[in-house]
Design a protein around this ligand. Sequence first.
Ligand SMILES: [Fe+2]
Length: 256
Amino acid sequence: MLHRAIATKQRPRGWQDYVVSQEWESFTNDDHAVWDLLFARQVDLLGTRVVTPFLDGIDLLRLSHPGVPDLEGLNAILEPRTGWRTVAVTGLVPDEIFFAMLSERVFPVGNFIRTREELDYLEEPDCFHDMFGHIPMLAHHDYADMTKHIGELGSAAIAAGEGHRAARLYWHSVEFGLARELGELKILGAGLASSFGEAHFSLESDEVERLPFSVEKAVNTPYKHDAFQPRYLVSETLEKTIAEVLALTPEELLSL
Ligand SMILES: [Fe+2]
């Protein structure tokens, strides 16, 4: 018995071990009202300042339906479309687990939502950030492929002791990237699309740097976890960035 317990404890944890039930029924009326408030406020704030596939994804996935989305219903639309599905987790997962999930087209979604008292400040990503910010773009076929590829690159980089390279690539594209669309500067990253304060800041502030995106630039540009970014990387077009990331091999990532 004792040996068995020790063996279980020492078994390396796979990403499946981090998955919990969403327990959608346990969201309270106030939780649903907070989602509705955040959703309405953010859609209004973004307008057309976000790349078009993001707005298409909101519609396709019916995210405007009132209340916290139920992951089962979301997956019923998302999975047949791009092969991606969401799973519930209790909070941030370790980088190696996160990249392993992405490499299998699995996106972790926090099983909680912020309270009314902390609408604009979050200790860690909640289901509004995860679902509103990330999931719309995963309905876009090429972007969905790119995100899976970043998962594979991330797993390879961590195995080589160079996880920060993939983390920076992810950060400057999927999380805090900007992109031009018909020449106009738009929000691409989920961290910006889901942020009330940083969405406009990233597009309009005179106090930040906006530099052209390349995988090499992304991999060599540090970022901030706990404050607005001092610099953003701007994709010339979304398509160009997707093609550049998809062409990147793990060996190239380690040599940039
Ligand atoms: Fe995120």
